[in-house]
Design a protein. Structure first.
Lengths: 350, 57
């Protein structure tokens, strides 16, 4: 999704630059972009002064505007974060304070009576904090719209094109100053070809580290960690829920907790959980995790029918670090979007 | 960083940093890539713009 949006933005530049999007699969957006919750996030969780907060808040508004202007299905459903005990209530109060005083993201307390009237099936023993600007989007429709505009601007999407080598052109003191030479393998024929470009953008998702490592010396090599998320669908007609429902994340948890999201037809699904894996290509839903996911969901939706839960899909989220490292206070992993030090004409997005 | 909040890693709320009980640690996994996609794209375009001495792409 991000690579597609970036290619579109560059192709639409005033100088009408030739823009080529290299996609290793047979169509765009088949990995992370199409295997997520399709949630438009409000920007609650990333703290003041971070690129994630800044770009999520502005991106949210741009995305709503883009969807409205281009007929991409979406809905500003709002989201409830529900607390079940005093510790979770305190966490919500801190979140509310940060949103109100430091990052300017709207949140609102929902009273007990209103909560019962609005969502009688949802258990929130210690309080509900609402995020009214959270929503959902048809991610496939969004990609179709972005790709259409990219191609309308003269950009080209080359599918089945795997980058196997990247070489900066120019002297050793200014690598990339003369452009970049990429070796690309056609995944259908196996044939390789060479492309030269003035600038390159690494927005390779699950493969971003591999692309990065094609360019930098050994001491600057990096790696990604892969967080698999399993999703469950729900086929029963009750309980009914009108908005997204998230638990308060527990101490030490790697994620936001197995939450309830809706698709644009109003169907409920649950997920993702967090399962650290070494193989980013294994997209089989891990059924061994169902009981833990069910227990997490029952805390806020006790009337759920277990027999109506079915495996839905799984996605892999590439991460710069694991939660374990985070718990040790090793640092926040903000978006990494920069012109890479020591190079010209290379924007790296990991 | 304002008192009471330490951004220690992306996202989910829920833990206090063991070395400082007044700090709030932001943990988690969810990244707002989809939500931020158009804003990121414009950010990248601006990076190129600045790197070219203000010459429009």
């Amino acid at each position: 999704m991000v690579g597609l949006a970036t290619a579109r933005a560059l192709a639409q530049g005033r100088s009408n630059p030739a823009t080529l999007l290299l996609e290793r699969h047979g169509s765009v957006g088949t990995e992370t972009s199409s295997r997520n919750s399709e949630v438009i996030h409000a920007g609650l969780y990333y703290g003041p002064g971070t690129l994630k907060t800044r770009l999520c808040i502005s991106g949210k508004e741009k995305l709503y505007d883009f969807c409205a202007a281009h007929g991409v299905s979406h809905a500003k459903t709002g989201k409830w974060i529900v607390a079940q005990d005093e510790a979770e209530r305190e966490a919500l109060e801190r979140l509310h304070t940060v949103c109100r005083d430091e990052i300017g993201v709207p949140t609102r307390w929902v009273g007990a009576k209103e909560a019962r009237n609005e969502e009688p099936s949802v258990r929130a023993a210690a309080g509900v904090l609402e995020s009214p600007t959270t929503g959902i989007v048809d991610s496939h429709g969004l990609m179709v719209a972005l790709q259409g505009e990219l191609e309308e601007a003269g950009g080209v999407v080359a599918v089945n094109s795997t980058v196997t080598a990247i070489e900066p052109i120019g002297g050793a003191s200014r690598p990339g100053s003369g452009g970049w030479r990429l070796t690309v393998r056609d995944s259908i024929t196996g044939q390789s070809s060479t492309i030269e470009a003035e600038t390159i953008v690494n927005s390779a998702g699950l493969n971003a580290a591999e692309v990065h490592n094609m360019i930098v010396p050994a001491e600057r090599q990096t790696r990604l960690y892969y967080a698999k998320g399993n999703y469950l669908s729900y086929s029963a007609s009750s309980p009914k829920v009108k908005r997204l429902v998230y638990p308060v994340a527990l101490p030490g948890a790697g994620g936001l907790g197995t939450h309830l999201t809706l698709d644009l037809a109003g169907r409920i699904r649950f997920g993702p959980d967090v399962e650290w894996v070494d193989d980013p290509s294994n997209l089989t839903v891990n059924t061994e995790r169902f009981s833990d996911m069910l227990a997490a969901v029952r805390r806020y939706l006790p009337g759920i029918e277990e027999s109506a839960l079915n495996e839905d899909y799984a996605g892999i989220r590439p991460k710069l670090g694991k939660a374990g490292a985070v718990n040790a206070g090793k640092g926040f992993f903000d978006f990494h979007i920069k012109i890479e030090d020591g190079y010209e004409g290379w924007v790296n997005r990991k | 960083m304002k008192a009471g909040l330490t951004v220690s890693n992306s996202h989910a709320l829920g833990a206090r940093e063991s070395t400082n009980s007044s700090c709030y640690v932001v943990l988690g996994i969810e990244s707002p890539g989809l939500t931020s996609s158009i804003a990121i794209a414009e950010y990248v375009r601006d990076l190129f713009y600045r790197s070219r001495g203000g010459q429009e792409i």
